[in-house]
Design a protein around this ligand. Structure first.
Ligand SMILES: [Cu+2]
Length: 165
């Protein structure tokens, strides 16, 4: 890990109230992160879900028009869902779950460090034409967000809402 990355981690640690972001070495290929119950981190917006407990799959499309379709999701508290995210565009896109404030802070960090590699069970990077997924349990009620944090995309409005009832 270089000095640059270490500084960024420190910034993110200050900006986020949880350890939800694990920025480090990784690549941008969509893959399903193995579920290990003992490694699941609780966040204000839920936690990585057990794939065996998925009760619903929600298909989401991403496009170079900087939009998610659908951009508003409603889930029941406690529900484990599979977000199946397809990139219909020519550019790399990603879906990052979070609170609105944390996503804003994260987008700001991405803007300052465009080459920043980030990876976490709460996010998926999807190459053009590919499909990736996030398995997530929304165990806390509230209104949360998701966004593509690639520089310029968030600012262009590539965001969505999740209401957990
Ligand atoms: Cu994007």
């Amino acid at each position: 890990m270089n000095r640059h990355t270490t500084g960024l981690l420190a910034v993110l640690a200050l900006l986020t109230s949880t350890a939800a972001f694990a920025h480090g070495d990784g690549d941008h290929t969509p893959k399903t992160r193995p579920y290990v119950a003992s490694q699941v981190v609780d966040t204000p917006f839920g936690r990585q879900g057990d794939p065996r407990k998925v009760t619903r799959t929600i298909a989401i499309q991403m496009g170079d028009n900087m939009r998610f379709t659908p951009s508003a999701l409603t889930v029941k508290r406690g529900e484990t869902v599979r977000l199946k995210v397809t990139n219909r565009g020519q550019l790399l896109h990603e879906l990052v779950l979070g609170t609105e404030d944390a996503l804003k802070a994260h987008a700001e960090a991405m803007r300052k460090h465009p080459g920043m590699v980030h990876d976490d069970p709460s996010m998926v990077h999807v190459a053009a034409g590919a499909t990736g997924e996030i398995v997530w349990q929304f165990h806390r009620a509230g209104e949360f967000s998701f966004a593509c944090l690639l520089p310029g995309h968030f600012e262009a409005g590539m965001t969505g809402k999740v209401v957990v009832q």
